[in-house]
Write a protein that binds this ligand. Structure first.
Ligand SMILES: Cc1cc2nc3c(=O)[nH]c(=O)nc-3n(C[C@H](O)[C@H](O)[C@H](O)COP(=O)(O)O)c2cc1C
Length: 168
């Protein structure tokens, strides 16, 4: 099967989906759904998220230099889709998706209380990659629900378009 190079990324799906929360210098908060994220270093602990230049979250993370990666369960599939469809430029996604912004421990960006795990990050590097910016974040603090190990099967995997699965 030949695949158009423009669609080559879809051959790498399913991919875990995360909700990244952020804040700008005026205190405005936002959430973006991402399928393009990955760990990149053990020591120091670092991860990468790739965010399109046109996203409101791109502007906010460039401004604040921090973000939180939140791991949603399959129960949040409609919230994940909503946060990946509308823009923080026009909506307060915490309100629209009825998600709770709680204080993080080491960064100003809020965590999303309903998620299973949270990784608080400070931007160490921002690397342009075509139409996206790859933010390399150093993980300052990480924590999860006590039963996270047993609930890993609930973690949402993105299949492309509007389709998701889990490893259940
Ligand atoms: C499942 C899913 C995965 C997505 N993955 C990414 C991604 O990795 N990078 C990205 O820039 N946008 C991604 N998007 C699109 C953004 O989430 C979407 O454009 C969002 O509305 C941007 O919000 P903002 O303008 O408030 O930042 C994804 C959307 C969905 C539904």
């Amino acid at each position: 099967m030949k695949v158009n190079v423009d669609e080559a990324h879809s051959l790498l799906y399913p991919r875990p989906v995360v909700l990244v929360s952020c804040v700008d210098s005026k205190g405005k908060r936002n959430i973006i759904t991402l399928a393009w994220s990955m760990p990149v270093s053990f020591d120091p602990p670092m991860l990468a998220v790739s965010i399109g230049f046109r996203r409101e979250s791109y502007r906010m993370i460039m401004e604040s230099g921090e973000f939180v990666v939140n791991v949603p369960s399959s129960k949040l599939v409609s919230e994940v889709l909503l946060c990946g469809t509308i823009s923080g430029r026009d909506f307060d996604k915490f309100k629209e998706a009825k998600l709770t912004a709680a204080s993080a421990r080491r960064v100003r960006a809020p965590i999303i209380a309903e998620c299973l795990a949270h990784l608080e990050c400070k931007v160490e590097k921002a690397i342009e990659a075509g139409d996206h910016m790859v933010f390399i974040g150093r993980v300052l603090e990480a924590y999860a629900e006590e039963d996270f190990a047993e609930r890993k099967k609930e973690v949402l995997l993105y299949l492309g378009e509007e389709k998701f699965t889990t490893s259940l």
